[in-house]
Design a protein around this ligand. Sequence first.
Ligand SMILES: Nc1nc2c(c(=O)[nH]1)N[C@H]1C(S)=C(S)[C@@H](COP(=O)(O)OP(=O)(O)OC[C@H]3O[C@@H](n4cnc5c(N)ncnc54)[C@H](O)[C@@H]3O)O[C@H]1N2
Ligand code: MOO
Length: 401
Amino acid sequence: MSLLPVEIALERLLSGASRRPAETLAIAECAGRVLAAPLMALRTQPPFPASAMDGYAIRAADVETVPVMLTVIGQAPAGLPFDRVVGPGEAVRIFTGGVVPEGSDTVLIQENTRPINGHTVEVTETVVRGKNIRRKGLDFEAGESLLEAGRVLDAAALSLAAAANHARLDVVSRPLVAILATGNELVPPGSEVGPGQIVASNMYGVAAIAREAGARVLDLGIAADRDEAIEAALARAVDADADIIVTIGGASVGDHDLVQQALRAHGAAIDFWKIAMRPGKPLMAGMLGGRHVLGLPGNPVASLVCSHVFLKPLIARLAGRPAPDGPVPGFIGADLPANDLRQDYLRAIAVREGGRLVARPSPIQDSSMLRVLADANALIVRPPHAPAAQAGAPSALLMLR
Ligand SMILES: Nc1nc2c(c(=O)[nH]1)N[C@H]1C(S)=C(S)[C@@H](COP(=O)(O)OP(=O)(O)OC[C@H]3O[C@@H](n4cnc5c(N)ncnc54)[C@H](O)[C@@H]3O)O[C@H]1N2
Ligand code: MOO
């Protein structure tokens, strides 16, 4: 049986994925969202020559020789411009953010002056012309492009957008990921668990990965291993206009693995099934009327590893976000046997040792073991047919946290 290499599967998955349309939101709602269009400045900042310090607006020529007395002719606090021209021998008391009045060319910090009375100030230090003035447009000019489309709206980007006078922003709308668990044996967490039953756990981890990647999530609950049950859940996903339908379980070859059959019956075209990876071999992908379908294997670790490797980049593509971080270079902390045809994702604990990131794999790599995955902070990525390797050998590491 031929298994599709991970890279080719990912390429095929992403080749059919494009960015969702934009929506306009109040700026207060935009933290962490992605700009859908370049952002232009609606105003100039600062909009006037502004004082950077508390002190006096003066003419530099007047203080070439110090000490010298100047006549204080008024005040310019922030928000209240002084409306007369500063002449020779004159000063205006100014505060940080105040408009530098016409006629003055410099702001002298108040620490270098000594007020004599309300109308006279003694200047004790000379100052370079232009000092402590933020020129008009120092930060940006009206009409300038400030942020690129695709920029994730972090703290600085949001404040910049607000400073440029945008109350609403065009952002990429978030994809909706509908998640369906399948299996007769599954019961929700907190249930009385009967004989042979298993607590459904995967949905929570998959949903967390989806949200973190920038998606909204619709929980379709648990469907029994019956065509009608699975199809009814698929119909709900279509009604909700999900961009990605994720199924969990029923992806393999057993008599009760009905997901692929139900998907086809519902009109889905399956693009690929079975990947050269461990865990995650039975992963399938396809399209259902313009929606992406990702069939994750049921084994808990397989479903989460596949979500990191496939679901995250797919969501990023739809959400207009940069591709998630790929593996980083590191080293293995234990001897590893030669690998077979499946790319391995070994659960490991990576630590920094003398500037090197060294990952020690868990001795048991069973794809049912969530505790091992929760303890791990990295996956050692071993390519297909990698030869046996000794502790200290380099290896790619996909960091989980
Ligand atoms: N003859 C073969 N058998 C299997 C193969 C194979 O190639 N040939 N592949 C194995 C691999 S690899 C995997 S992975 C599993 C996955 O198969 P399914 O996707 O069909 O998963 P299920 O059979 O439905 O479940 C497997 C396992 O996981 C538990 N499970 C399922 N859903 C959840 C959930 N939402 N939360 C928690 N646990 C879940 C389920 O109870 C089973 O124990 O197939 C191998 N078999
Ligand atoms: O590869 Mo399956 O994905 O867990 O055992």
